[in-house]
Design a protein around this ligand. Structure first.
Ligand code: UDP
Length: 494
């Protein structure tokens, strides 16, 4: 799907959506995709963000302008004396809290922006973790949808899990259409149970409850039963409009945000071309792509084991290592260089930020070792690439269950918590990783069947986004719900 304007049809006058993303890569990327989808269907879209990140998104605005879309990036100045808190790659999820909490000061500039508009916007869509925007929408009187950047499986689970469940091992989450059993460790790593996180997640959950509906980056053929159960549990519409990564010419490089150290990768065109050129030299479906997203940070001991595992597997690999992982200890860089020398011609270590969508789209890639961040998993599904799953925290354990047990497109590297938020730091050995890589990339009947299933889901993902597909139709309904009409009638049924 290309970024071109469709005939706005009967969207006249164009509804105006104000989007409030969260300043983390895994949240902003799908929100920017959603902005492009809405604008391509004739809506006016304003993405509000900090001055620094607005500058990073100018390329998106420029491409939209060339495609004659009504998409703008609006800068919200940080009030004097409150500068954006720093956030970097980290082993500890608590390190992201200051960023998330610090963004609350944007409430006043957002309110000032909304009040200064000639017409009240048709709808605000806020990231579910940007709950500081909830009160602003209420006070200005703008209808609001909550954007959910994770699976409906996890969202439903998070809603139904009881606070007391952390006490029991083997706790079964009630009200789920699929059996979900939580161990103590999976529970505390999934639901980040420190008081500060609890407060933030509680606010987010209240924001979802107070919203007029939920926009979910998923599609019916992937999560139909879960979407329906989530909708019933919330008692409000859940619009499944994804996978947003189908927007094939997403300008990946333009959505690096300066909240993490990946900002340096902006200059990394050369590496990105080298990665694609290296993939061009490989046979069809032989490469295992290894990336743990933007937040998971591997300590040196674990980094070495991943390297050993990839080497021992004997398979071609493309491994993305974060700059801060490579520089954590002086030996790490030397160690990686030695690994590259030993595996030259078969393995490639990319530094910093890799063009993930382009990599997953390449014919040489036949498997993806992932932390199961929702975007990464959706991208793998959409591009028909089976996954090796290694969750660390938050929604990743439940996303793993979806991939492995429900969809049958994945092989777990680990089935217990081995790091992340709450568990003791257990190092996963190289031989375990090598075995899992061989299982995923092998030629046996089970591996072939997994590949076939994944390809089928990929085709269904694309069909969902095409005209007449479920996500396309859901977006049409959403747009019509918020298209200004003469008179005030606005129904939220789907
Ligand atoms: N991503 C990328 N290059 C990288 C690392 C990540 O393009 O080197 C993108 C990836 O394609 C996905 C997002 O960043 O869209 C990561 O989101 P996800 O939900 O998978 O994980 P998170 O980073 O939030 O843990």
């Amino acid at each position: 799907m290309a970024l071109t304007a469709e005939t706005p049809g009967n969207l006249s006058p164009a509804p105006h959506f104000v989007l409030v993303p969260l300043l983390l890569q895994g949240h902003t990327i799908p929100m920017v995709d959603l902005a492009c989808l809405l604008a391509a269907r004739g809506a006016r879209v304003s993405i509000v963000t900090t001055t620094v990140n607005a500058a990073q998104l100018q390329g998106v605005a420029e491409r939209a302008r060339r495609a004659k879309l009504l998409l703008e990036i609006v800068e919200l100045p940080f009030p004097a004396a409150a500068s954006p808190p720093p956030c970097s790659d980290s082993e500890n999820v608590d390190d992201f809290l200051p960023l998330l909490q610090g963004l609350r000061v944007l409430a006043s500039p957002l309110e000032a922006y909304l009040r200064a508009l000639a017409r009240r916007p048709s709808c605000m869509i806020n990231d579910s973790l940007s709950s500081w925007a909830v009160g602003v929408a209420r006070s200005v009187g703008v209808p609001r949808l909550s954007f959910q950047p994770t699976s409906c499986f996890f969202a439903l689970c998070a809603r139904n899990v009881g606070r007391q469940s952390g006490e029991d091992s083997g706790y079964v989450v009630p009200g789920m259409p699929l059996r979900v059993e939580m161990t103590k460790d999976t529970w505390s790593s999934s639901f980040l149970t420190t008081p500060a996180w609890e407060e933030l997640l509680e606010e987010a959950s209240e924001g979802v409850h107070a919203a007029d509906g939920v926009v979910a980056n998923t599609f019916m053929d992937l999560e139909e039963q879960l979407v329906q159960c989530y909708e019933a549990a919330l008692g409000k519409p859940v619009w499944a409009v994804g996978p947003s990564c189908c927007l094939s010419n997403r300008p990946e490089k333009e959505i690096f945000l300066t909240t993490t150290t990946h900002a340096n990768a902006m200059d990394d065109d050369q590496q990105q071309s080298a990665v694609m050129a290296w993939l061009d030299t490989m046979e069809q479906s032989v490469v295992i792509y290894v990336s743990f997203g933007s937040l998971v940070w591997m300590p040196p001991d674990q980094l070495y084991e991943v390297g050993h595992g990839l080497e021992e597997s004997g398979r071609p690999f493309l491994w993305v290592v974060k700059e801060s992982e490579e520089t954590a200890v002086p030996e790490a860089r030397r160690w990686l260089q030695a690994l590259e020398a030993r595996t030259a011609g078969r393995g490639l270590v990319a530094r910093g930020w890799a063009p993930q969508l382009a990599i997953l789209s390449h014919r040489a890639v036949g498997g993806f070792l992932t932390h199961c961040g929702w975007n990464s998993l959706l991208e793998a599904v959409t591009l028909g690439v089976p996954v090796l799953t290694w969750p660390h925290f938050a929604d990743q354990f439940i996303n793993q269950r979806l991939a492995v047990d429900v969809l049958g497109i994945g092989v777990p590297v680990v089935v217990v918590v081995v790091g992340g938020a709450a568990a003791p730091a257990v190092v996963v050995r190289g031989e375990v990783i090598a075995r899992a890589v061989s299982e995923l990339m092998g030629d046996g009947a089970v591996a072939q069947e997994r590949r076939a299933k994944c390809k089928e889901y990929g085709e269904r993902a694309h069909r969902a986004m095409e005209k007449g597909g479920s996500s396309y139709d859901n977006l049409t309904k959403l747009l019509h719900n918020f298209t200004p009409r003469t008179g005030r009638g606005r129904s939220l049924g789907i």
